[in-house]
Design a protein around this ligand. Structure first.
Ligand code: APR
Ligand code: PHB
Length: 393
């Protein structure tokens, strides 16, 4: 088999890259380890920056998002029992975010790939990438017991945080930066009306809580829990009690609880691997970096990597010029690090850090009080949350 771009991973990064390339006449094949049902069963975040929403529209994948998604012009941050609003639109000259589940984005991308006859090979096992330091790379994989070789010009590593592409970059060239947080997020999806029209990020001495949603009848809630917590120890009642304790009175009083239809614990960490390319291998999305979910940047960073990588590949196939490809890593990492900083800052601002007792707690409280006393401070939060511009390559 032969294609132009072999894409490892059929999550949002791989699917969006494949769709954008296809619309420019560039052939790709996606090799996905799991079944399509498994991929579509993942519950992930749900806040899209304007840049991602525009990319989906330009790729012909924005119709259902525009019909069913919700435009949010701000968010609430609650601390010391009171809620305050960050007015995205007012502080950024009209910029907003789109609330639309990543599961739905992935669904829409699969539908779009099918409509264009895109090649997605799911349940592709034991993927091995070869020859990335040559002009004739290839991918070997197993499907239905048969071994296949896919020859290509380039390999896009969109295989997430547990993939094989990042570690194919030689260890003596790779630099990894990591910060592990001493807690995780216990998340619940429930068929209940959201407690508020917009999201509410709650700082509480016991720990962080987030009120989010997927639609007017589907709510998504999270509470900070110690890293070692086990999901089996968390019945729905225990979850709802903890959430209510962490919300301001007026919010917990109007919280509608119900049975969880999904419940999981995710650890929080910041991680960036440099460089994002080596020879003919290019990493995009979680394959190259991980952010804590506090700033809702995971999916949006996958999109910005795909924005730069697709531009570079389109330029190459148009002009045979590899300049943008050569500069992809440096260009993409600039935005990755700014989103990594913001996600770390939001996490540090809003979570309870046991080791922070005393001085750290007072600094956090002062940071929150300053945030709501300063339009400049709120503007910094707003412009990062709605998404910094995609700087030209
Ligand atoms: N071979 C083939 N596919 C693989 C392999 C492999 N060795 N390893 C992983 N994969 C697949 C996974 O099954 C997954 O479907 O790669 C895909 C990677 O998708 P994501 O993990 O969703 O990563 P990405 O597309 O970068 O999207 C980032 O997804 O996980 C969230 O929080 C993350 O919101 C962020 C977004
Ligand atoms: C979500 O709805 O899952 C969500 C929203 C905002 C975040 C993280 C997760 O910061």
């Amino acid at each position: 088999m032969r294609t132009q771009v072999a894409i490892i991973g059929g999550g949002p990064a791989g699917l969006l890259l494949s769709q954008i390339l296809d619309l420019k006449g560039i052939r790709s094949v996606i090799l996905e380890r799991k079944s399509r049902e498994y991929v579509l069963g993942r519950i992930r975040a749900g806040v899209l920056e304007q840049g991602l929403a525009d990319m989906l529209r330009a790729a012909g994948v924005g119709d259902r998002m525009d019909r069913e998604g919700q435009i949010h012009e701000g968010t609430d941050i609650a601390f010391a029992g009171k809620r305050h609003r960050i007015d995205f639109a007012g502080l950024t000259g009209g910029e907003t975010v789109m609330v639309y589940g990543q599961t739905e984005v992935t669904h829409d991308l699969y539908d779009a790939r099918d409509a264009l006859g895109g090649s997605i090979i799911d349940e592709a096992k034991n993927v091995e990438i070869n020859g990335i330091d040559t002009h004739t790379p290839s991918v070997v994989y197993e499907k239905d017991g048969q071994i296949h070789t896919l020859h290509c010009d380039f390999i896009a590593g969109c295989d997430g945080s547990h993939g094989v592409c990042r570690t194919s970059i030689p260890a003596d060239i790779r630099r990894e930066y990591e910060k592990v947080y001493p807690f995780g997020w216990l998340g619940v999806l429930s068929e209940t009306p959201p407690v508020s029209r917009e999201l509410i990020y709650n700082h509480h001495p016991e720990g962080f809580a987030l009120c989010s949603m997927r639609s007017n009848s589907l709510s998504r809630y999270y509470v900070q829990v110690p890293r070692e917590e086990k999901i089996d120890d968390w019945g729905d009642e225990r979850f709802w009690e903890m959430l209510k304790r962490r919300l301001p009175e007026e919010i917990s009083a109007s919280l509608v609880t119900g049975p969880s239809i999904e419940k999981s614990i995710a650890p929080l960490r910041s991680f960036v691997s440099e460089p994002l390319s080596y020879g003919r291998l290019f990493l995009a999305g979680d394959a190259g970096h991980i952010v804590p979910p506090t700033g809702a940047k995971g999916l949006n960073l996958a999109a910005s990597d795909v924005h730069y990588l697709s531009d570079a590949l389109i330029s190459y196939y148009r002009t045979n010029d590899e300049d943008l490809l050569r500069r992809y890593s440096e260009t993409a990492l600039k935005r990755v690090w700014k989103a990594t900083r913001f996600s770390w800052w939001m996490t540090t601002l809003l979570h309870h850090f046991p080791e922070n007792e005393g001085f750290g707690d007072r600094i956090q409280q002062t940071e929150l009080e300053y945030l709501f006393s300063s339009k400049a401070a709120q503007t910094v939060l707003a412009e990062n949350y709605v998404g910094l511009p995609y700087e030209p390559s």
